[in-house]
Design a binder for this molecule. Structure first.
Ligand code: TRP
Length: 351
């Protein structure tokens, strides 16, 4: 993505955010996650809580569990129902309300998936191969490029366009996909609908929460033991933070360049307290690493107390979780069926 495209995307995002402030009810958001395992504090800070805020402000909300996407970069889906329900549990615990937000799995909505066929006709192989996110995922997967990995940005365009979402809250890594969805919408309207706007061009709502790293300063990953999961207990959280990497200086300061591990811990505490990392650093000051770790542990455990309590209640009721998901699937299906009917109509395929 060139810096020019990025600037334009940021500008569009800011305009959309301002419009949401003024008239939330005029917007529909869609976003989602792959069910690959338990969510951690990074997910909570960078995406979960801002989605809940959009819902609470009155934006019509769709949240998708991207279960087919799990097989873009791995051999098998593993225990997909468990991962899906665990993701749903965190959505509910964070405050997504199934009465106001449509939470669903994209594999359960055939009409959404069928949009992929006309959409695939609108892009070239070269465009797909240029997609930076596809390239990164291919490099990370250690596998030959599958047809699904190559085309998944188009599947994701179907995720977004089936419900005609106009805003898509995502991190910067997902921008190429939203760009791709914009291209698909534009070309569909031009080529198959004589310029009638069947699909609005969606706008990425870019979240600017600083990326949170693991407690060793590297990317969070289960195998490194540097992750704090939303499902962890307060004691487990304290234990991971106790082992967090710091440095030998006795006074705490916020210096992302020279003291990245300390800065990361301060960023986490900042996320949960609402105070800036620099202010928190001053507060800890000569208390050093042990005082910092206490502060971070308390910030996370207090910040997540309600979430974890609610999580425990939902997690114990698998039947209820399945019922909530099925209800969301049915609502998404009704929306997708209307869109597919419209698509068939403009494509002259109603028999
Ligand atoms: N690709 C996203 C991720 O890996 C998940 C996702 C699937 C998504 N479909 C989407 C995000 C549609 C936003 C809109 O996190």
């Amino acid at each position: 993505m060139t810096s020019n495209t990025l600037d334009t995307a940021i500008e569009r995002s800011e305009q959309a955010a301002a419009s949401i402030e003024r008239t939330p009810e005029r917007h529909r958001m869609l976003t989602g996650d792959r069910p690959t395992g338990d969510l951690h504090i990074g997910h909570y800070l960078s995406s979960l809580r801002s989605r809940v805020a959009l819902q609470d402000r009155g934006v019509d909300s769709f949240v998708l569990i991207a279960d087919y996407q799990v097989i873009t970069d791995r051999e098998s889906v593993g225990r997909i129902t468990d991962s899906t329900l665990s993701l749903l549990t965190d959505y509910l615990a964070a405050g997504l309300d199934p009465a106001r937000s449509t939470i669903f799995a994209h594999s359960a909505v055939p009409q959404l998936n069928q949009l992929m066929l006309p959409f695939l006709s609108l892009v070239t192989q070269a465009e797909l191969q240029r997609n930076p996110t596809v390239k990164d995922e291919l490099a990370a997967s250690n596998r030959p490029l599958s047809g699904l990995l190559l085309t998944y940005p188009i599947h994701q365009a179907a995720d977004i366009l089936f419900c005609k979402a106009d805003v898509v809250p995502v991190g910067k890594d997902q921008l190429p996909h939203v760009e791709q969805a914009r291209v698909v919408a534009r070309r569909f309207n031009g080529r198959y609908a004589c310029g009638v706007e069947i699909f609005p061009e969606p706008v990425a709502l870019i979240n600017d929460q600083q990326i949170v790293l693991g407690t060793d300063g590297r990317k969070m990953s289960k195998s490194r033991g540097n992750v704090i999961r939303l499902a962890d207990t307060e004691d487990e959280t304290a234990k991971v933070i106790r082992k967090a990497r710091t440095d030998s200086q006795t006074t705490i300061s916020y210096d992302p360049e020279r003291r990245p591990e300390i800065a990361n811990l301060l960023t986490i505490a900042s996320g949960y307290t609402g105070r800036t990392p620099a202010v928190l650093a001053d507060e800890v000051g000569s208390g050093g690493s042990s005082a910092l770790k206490r502060l971070v542990t308390d910030a996370i455990n207090e910040g997540l107390r309600t979430h974890r309590q609610r999580r425990g209640i939902f997690a114990d009721d698998r039947a209820q979780l399945l019922e909530i998901l099925r209800d969301g699937n049915a609502r998404a299906e009704a929306v997708a069926a209307r869109t597919l009917a419209e698509v068939r109509e403009v494509m002259d395929m109603t028999y």
